[in-house]
Structures are given as C-alpha cells and as structure tokens.
Design a protein around this ligand. Structure first.
Ligand SMILES: [Zn+2]
Length: 226
C-alpha cells in the first residue's frame, strides 16, 4: 500500500513575487523598490547662502564657516555665523543664520511673514533662480554687503535620488502633492517641485510659514503623491 503524499503547500507570496519579477523582466523594466523610501519633511527657517567672497567681506579675509549643526543632507550644515539683514526703511532681521558650505551665489531665503515684517515684496523661486528678485543690505561683524538681488521665498520642493525618482515615477521639475496629517490642521500642499540629484536623501523642504500652517511638529503622518 502506498501512502499518498501531499505536495508541499505553495507559498502564495513567493509565487506572486516570482510572477511579478518575470513580468518586469519581460517588459524590460527594473523592479520597483519593495519598501517605500523613508519620507522626511523638514522646515527651513530663514537663512542665507553665501559666497566665499561675500563671507570674507562680512567676517574678514580668509574666513571659514564653522559648523553649528549638521543638516539631514550629507555635507550641509547650519553655520555658527549669523548676520543682520537690513531691509527698506531700516527694518531689520537680526541673527539670520548662514547655511554652509559656501556657494557661488549669495542668496537669502525668507518666509512670507519675514518679508512682510521687513517690508519686502519677495517672489517664490527655486533656490538659485534669483534673477530680478529684490536685494537688501547684509551686515556682519567685519563689514557690510549690498545684495543687488537674491531675496526669495523658497518654492516648496522635494529632494530625490535615483531610487526615489523610480519609486514615485516622477522626473526632475515635476510637481507633486504633500499631505501632512496633523489633526485639526491637516494640509495638502500642491506644487511641491521635484529636485533630482544623484547624491541626495529623500527630503521635502517647506518654509516656517508652511510648517506652522500644518503644525508640522505634531504631524502623525506625511504622504507624497502625484
Ligand atoms: Zn531643499
């Protein structure tokens, strides 16, 4: 008498993954990331990016920025150094922090609330796009510079590396939506611009006005979608 031996039960998940892999191979596409990438949303307080040349006018010849606090993106930091921003009619913003390392262009990113207080009408721009924007005076311990242009409200954006671009199915310059679930102040932000760089970690940047509107620090969930 021969005993009937039942075949081992099929692992449904395993079979599904085999089918999926073979389908992706047939259509010649890379497998999508299995786990969603870690989505981090940070607010950028008002700050200044500075060229080495302007830094030396403000702080003295040969001056180098000192690290106050490392930021989420590798190699970037809030510097110990701060400056005073002087707007029209002598209204000022003291203790404006510099972010390092130095850049080619000096640029100041403010929230709208800051700009209103300062009496400046600032446009919303992507970082680096400062043609035709208002200027200001900036004072440091060693000297003052006159910025002819470069004061902006930074457009809300998301930094994405190659795996993030693949996961969300977007490209550089696309606009996405960000939902910040923070009852009773939940907000969906539109026009979140994708900024691709092969060497960044996934991170959304909004300014302090936006972060305050959705009470970001109390958020229980954040979602990025097309
Ligand atoms: Zn950013």
């Amino acid at each position: 008498m021969s005993a009937a031996v039942a075949p081992p039960p099929l692992d449904r998940k395993f079979v599904e993954s085999l089918v999926r892999e073979s389908l992706y191979r047939q259509i010649g596409r890379p497998l999508p990331a299995k786990e969603p990438p870690l989505l981090v949303v940070n607010s950028s307080a008002r700050h200044m990016h500075v060229s080495q040349k302007d830094l030396e006018v403000l702080f003295g010849p040969g001056y180098q920025l000192k690290v106050h606090k490392w930021l989420y993106q590798e190699g970037f930091f809030a510097a110990e150094e701060t400056v005073t921003l002087i707007g029209p009619r002598r209204r000022i913003i003291p203790n404006l922090r510099i972010l390092g390392p130095c850049r080619n262009l000096t640029q100041i990113e403010l929230a709208y609330t800051d700009a209103i207080q300062l009496g400046l009408d600032i446009p919303t721009r992507l970082s680096g796009d400062i043609e035709g924007t208002p200027g200001a005076y900036v004072m440091g311990p060693a000297g003052m510079i006159e910025l002819k242009q470069g004061v902006i409200r930074a457009a809300r954006h998301v930094h994405m590396g190659p795996a993030d671009i693949e996961y969300y199915g977007v490209k550089n310059g696309d606009r996405m939506k960000l939902r910040v679930v923070s009852p009773p102040n939940t907000v969906v932000f539109e026009d979140v611009i994708v900024r691709y760089d092969p060497n960044v970690r996934l991170e959304v940047h909004i300014d302090t006005d936006e972060a305050n509107a959705c009470n970001l620090s109390q958020a229980i969930k954040v979602e990025l979608f097309r």
